[in-house]
Design a binder for this molecule. Structure first.
Ligand SMILES: *[C@@H]1O[C@H](CO)[C@@H](O)[C@H](O)[C@H]1NC(C)=O
Ligand SMILES: *[C@@H]1O[C@H](CO)[C@@H](O)[C@H](O)[C@H]1NC(C)=O
Ligand SMILES: *[C@@H]1O[C@H](CO)[C@@H](O)[C@H](O)[C@H]1NC(C)=O
Ligand SMILES: *[C@@H]1O[C@H](CO)[C@@H](O)[C@H](O)[C@H]1NC(C)=O
Ligand SMILES: *[C@@H]1O[C@H](CO)[C@@H](O)[C@H](O)[C@H]1NC(C)=O
Length: 404
């Protein structure tokens, strides 16, 4: 009898241990291989153990493509091209990186908005950090054509995906069309003429896909809309303030160039949430609960509209769900009227949600530095793993009781 019980307890223990090793948002890890699918292992804050953090949102396409484009939210990387480890033309480490994987890797993880800073440099168009509006050897990352070709390759290989590019554009007239032509991206171009001018709905996502109009490009230079058919961003998008001014809970100021967040003449809402001084370690707290709080603030202050783009630095860094979770929350509301797109019930009417049972509260493994606890339904997803862990530890003690 005792042996049978012991064996049973042991089998249970093994079973639970096997389930527990497959991943867990917020669990400690040594490498990404320890984390489940669509997760990344990285430290949260200075030093400390790695934490399994989400790297990918749920692709809203898995819940259909029948809504207007403005009824979807997309994970967006700020300065997508400024990647850790890049070497500048000055021969040193490129300054001030904002991301840690290539644009191709970002796209594979589900990033669908790219923020790129374009400059005339070295007789070409380059992606650089701004230094007084100019590109220098020590602020230069790479020629724009490289990243445009990465986008082209991804669009060709993924015929249902739509990508939006936001250009902080310092180039003169005529520079960009040459590079866009050479990159092979023009065949995916979404025409300016089809963008809603006074706050109407965008075409349905499925129409954009079937017409192969799967690349939306916005520029910060107004004149280029008439001269080069590159849409002037703030005619179509309201955009929140970046930097610390844009990170104050309960507020959602627009950036200076943008109309007010509640302006309804623009159908798309872009939320920025990053500091002007990017920190690969410091970003973790910001990308955790404060990001989800800001999502709600921006919704309330943008005429009750959920952001269509959620732009962050180091998108894979968080204490669990991070920017991918924030994207899932926005898509839940936009796509099916639920608190998370993971709660959408397939083929059901708007507002029919299947919320997983709420797990008992347990201490967080890695409290976000300075982060408040996000008291919302979405936090249920990020606490889920702790439930499984505490279940694991609970069973371990039961097993030990039997074994002793
Ligand atoms: C910038 O880099 C290019 C290419 O490496 C080099 O030819 C040029 O001399 C550099 N300019 C300065 C000012 O260092
Ligand atoms: C880009 O290609 C289009 C169509 O082939 C052509 O009309 C246009 O002149 C090209 N622009 C540049 C700057 O090469
Ligand atoms: C946000 O990032 C800044 C810069 O890295 C850091 O000083 C600040 O403490 C972070 N905020 C939170 C809530 O972690
Ligand atoms: C789009 O999302 C909003 C929520 O922001 C929702 O009220 C609306 O019903 C959605 N539109 C469609 C066509 O589902
Ligand atoms: C939802 O509808 C689609 C298209 O009608 C169908 O192919 C799919 O099987 C349905 N899914 C479920 C879970 O009923």
């Amino acid at each position: 009898m005792a042996t049978a019980l012991r064996l049973l307890a042991f089998a249970l223990l093994l079973l639970v241990a096997a389930a527990a090793t497959a991943a867990q948002e917020g669990a400690e890890c040594a490498s990404s291989a320890n984390c489940g699918p669509r997760m990344h292992c990285a430290a949260c804050g200075d030093g400390g153990a790695g934490i399994c953090a989400r790297a990918s949102p749920v692709d809203p396409l898995t819940h259909g493509t029948g809504l207007p484009f403005n009824n979807y939210s997309w994970l967006t990387t700020h300065n997508s091209f400024a990647i850790t480890g890049a070497v500048s033309l000055a021969g040193t480490n490129a300054i001030s990186p904002n991301q840690e994987d290539t644009v191709t890797a970002q796209l594979k993880n589900g990033v669908r908005g790219l923020m790129l800073d374009t400059y005339d440099f070295n007789n070409d168009v380059w992606l650089c950090h701004s230094f007084g509006g100019n590109c220098y050897n020590f602020t230069a990352y790479q020629p724009a054509i490289n990243v445009f070709k990465e986008i082209q390759t991804f669009l060709a290989a993924n015929p249902s995906e739509v990508i939006t590019v936001f250009l902080e554009d310092y180039t003169v007239a005529g520079s960009l069309p040459k590079v866009f032509n050479a990159s092979g991206l023009m065949k995916y171009w979404f025409p300016v003429a089809k963008m809603p001018k006074s706050g109407g709905n965008w075409p349905l996502l499925k129409e954009m896909i079937s017409k192969n109009e799967r690349l939306i490009v916005f520029t910060s230079k107004k004149a280029k809309e008439a001269s080069e058919q590159i849409a002037f961003e703030w005619s179509y998008v309201v955009e929140s303030q970046y930097g610390t001014e844009g990170m104050v809970e309960g507020t959602c100021p627009n950036r200076a160039e943008s109309p007010p967040m509640d302006s309804k003449s623009q159908s798309l809402v872009l939320m920025n949430f990053f500091t002007t001084d990017p920190s690969q370690t410091g970003v973790c707290g910001n990308n955790s609960a404060p990001l989800v709080s800001m999502l709600k603030s921006c919704h309330d202050l943008s005429g009750n509209r959920w952001p269509n783009y959620i732009a962050v630095d180091f998108y894979m860094r968080s204490d669990g769900g991070g920017a991918p979770l924030a994207t899932d929350v926005a898509n839940g509301h936009l796509v099916c009227g639920c608190d998370n797109i993971a709660y959408c019930k397939e083929n059901s009417t708007f507002g029919t949600c299947v919320v997983p049972p709420s797990p008992p509260p347990s201490p967080r493994k890695a409290p976000a530095k300075g982060g408040s606890t996000g008291g919302d339904s979405s936090a249920a997803t990020s606490r889920f793993p702790h439930f499984q862990w505490s279940c694991f530890f609970g069973l371990t003690s039961v097993a030990l009781l039997f074994l002793s």
